[in-house]
Design a binder for this molecule. Structure first.
Ligand code: ATP
Length: 512
């Protein structure tokens, strides 16, 4: 599994899906850039979410709120006082850990062996997947890159063979100072996860503002603006896609836990007392959204929260079976009237809704109330990772005659960066011109790739690797009768079709 994960990460880089941020400066920890294909895939995921959540629901609308918000917002929301992780510093190595994770039993069990600090020009091994230091790819690496490569998954207990390899490495490299018992720890302190910055050009009088750690508050503070300007009636929802920032103490696992990431959130405002019904509905609806992309249902599960945040009366995570185990991709929370009440109190503005519908029990309108909220919150980057892991396959295509294999990204065609690739069989005899002509007809409706370099077989493989569902080959017969071959990515089967039918064929196959 570790191998699969590593392959997905290197595939993502090799084909321009995800790069480490500022890579030429050795990267910035837990910050990533989406490349030419990654940004297409990400946009397609956003479109799928926006269509399903906003455009398919008459009673849900979308907004795009600013990242900066009034500092009081985060007081009201509880983030200033409560959005923190317990952390502990190792005074010897100057390394910071999340105390809750460090103190877990399973970590304590192997910490003597695993938590070793190396000083000078030797790598610092905090914990991690253990690689052989003698591997040529690690030679001449700056220390911190090596240290990254050596990261041990804190959540997973080390296997016996890892421990013995680790011991051998310690011996071989004369690594000193096992961190555990003999080390010098600070007390556990609370570390706020919000990034702050100075607002305004003047140093004096400048105010500290935060980069939002979630998009939800932009929705809560606009609740009345949207309700009034859009003449929305409870129950209704407000959706948003946008960046969020968290100074995660331990950021790892590629785009799983980042310091700058994107969320797709929807807050659904309901009449108090009806929230459980809506909570159930959204739980089911959201799981269906995930499964509609063709993921194996066995890879998904609900994880009901046993411990609830003080403001929630129900909460569940939708978890995906990542190569490192089941982990949260989306949270669905019944948040009661906590958020709107807090903003009412801190802003002094009423956050009430007048419900004119008649209550059959009292024969009077339901009247004024602060609505309850069901929230669905999914990490765009985390779902991007799910999509890549789920789609990535290495296939052995060997026959008796020859060895062969391919890497293929079996993306849902609607998510694929390119919908089809146009490939002239050769670079001469008017084939490229004909191919461009077809491309020019189709590019208004679909994002198309054009490739005339290398053999046709190699070009097919390249499109397989980036998830293009169809390859359209222009050959000599095309010049005679205006037909082309369409090759299907997953089955690798080919069929001959008329150029005039291409638009409909591709359109039908790549639609939602
Ligand atoms: P976790 O327990 O994994 O830290 P969380 O419970 O803090 O997540 P929420 O605050 O509920 O997460 O945020 C909703 C969603 O945002 C998560 O389900 C996840 O997909 C995404 N998310 C949260 N933190 C990060 C992060 N640091 N990097 C990428 N995605 C994130």
């Amino acid at each position: 599994n570790e191998e699969i994960f590593k392959n997905v990460i290197s595939h993502a880089k090799e084909y321009g899906f995800v790069f480490q941020s500022s890579e030429i400066y050795d990267g910035l920890s837990a910050v990533y850039d989406y490349g030419q294909l990654g940004s297409e895939l990400k946009n397609n995921i956003k479109t799928y979410w926006w269509k399903a959540m906003v455009q398919m629901h008459e009673n849900i609308v979308g907004i795009d709120a600013a990242i900066f918000m009034h500092p009081k917002v985060w007081k009201a929301s509880g983030h200033v006082d409560g959005f923190s992780d317990p952390m502990i510093d190792n005074k010897d190595s100057n390394k910071r850990y999340r105390a809750d994770q460090l103190l877990e039993d399973k970590i304590a069990a192997y910490e003597t062996e695993a938590r070793i600090a190396v000083f000078g020009d030797k790598p610092y091994i905090e914990s991690g997947i253990i690689h052989d230091l003698n591997e040529t790819k690690f030679q001449n690496h700056p220390k911190h890159i090596l240290a990254e490569s050596l990261q041990i998954e804190m959540d997973n207990a080390l296997k016996a063979e890892d421990l013995s390899r680790l011991k051998a490495l310690i011996e071989e490299h004369k690594i000193q100072c096992p961190v555990s018992k003999t080390c010098n720890w600070t007390d556990v302190r609370q570390f706020n996860l919000m990034f702050s910055t100075q607002f305004g050009a003047m140093a004096e009088g400048a105010e500290e503002v935060y980069l939002r750690p979630e998009t939800a508050q932009g929705i809560f503070v606009n609740f009345l603006n949207v309700q009034k300007s859009g003449r929305m009636k409870v129950p209704f929802g407000i959706a948003q896609i946008g960046k969020a920032f968290r100074n995660e103490v331990i950021a790892r696992q590629f785009i799983m836990r980042m310091r700058e990431f994107e969320q797709m959130e929807m807050q659904f405002f309901v009449r108090p007392g009806t929230e459980m019904e809506w909570y159930k509905k959204w739980k089911e609806t959201r799981l269906k959204w995930h499964l509609a992309l063709g993921t194996d249902p066995a890879k998904y599960k609900f994880h009901d929260h046993a411990k609830l945040a003080h403001y929630a009366n129900a909460a569940v995570d939708i978890e995906y079976d990542f190569p490192f185990g089941f982990k949260e991709v989306e949270g669905i929370h019944s948040r009661t009237d906590f958020d709107l009440n807090q903003h009412q109190e801190f802003s002094g503005k009423k956050m009430q809704y007048f419900d004119a519908e008649v209550n059959p029990e009292t024969n009077k309108p339901y009247g004024n109330y602060v609505p309850y909220v069901i929230e669905t919150s999914i990490g765009l980057d985390r779902f991007f990772l799910v999509t890549m892991i789920n789609a990535f396959e290495e296939q052995d295509l060997s026959t008796d005659e020859k060895q062969d294999s391919r890497s293929v990204l079996k993306l849902h065609p609607a998510l694929s960066p390119y919908k089809a690739a146009i490939l002239p069989l050769t670079k001469k005899d008017g084939l490229p011109e004909k191919a461009r002509e077809i491309m020019d007809q189709l590019k208004f409706d679909f994002n198309m790739a054009y490739d005339e370099k290398d053999s046709i077989g190699k070009r097919y493989r390249r499109q397989d690797a980036i998830g293009t569902p169809f390859c359209i080959t222009v050959d000599y017969e095309t010049l005679e009768n205006n037909t082309v071959t369409i090759r299907h990515r997953d089955s690798m089967e080919q069929e001959r079709v008329a150029i005039a039918d291409l638009q409909k064929i591709i359109g039908d196959l790549v639609s939602w």
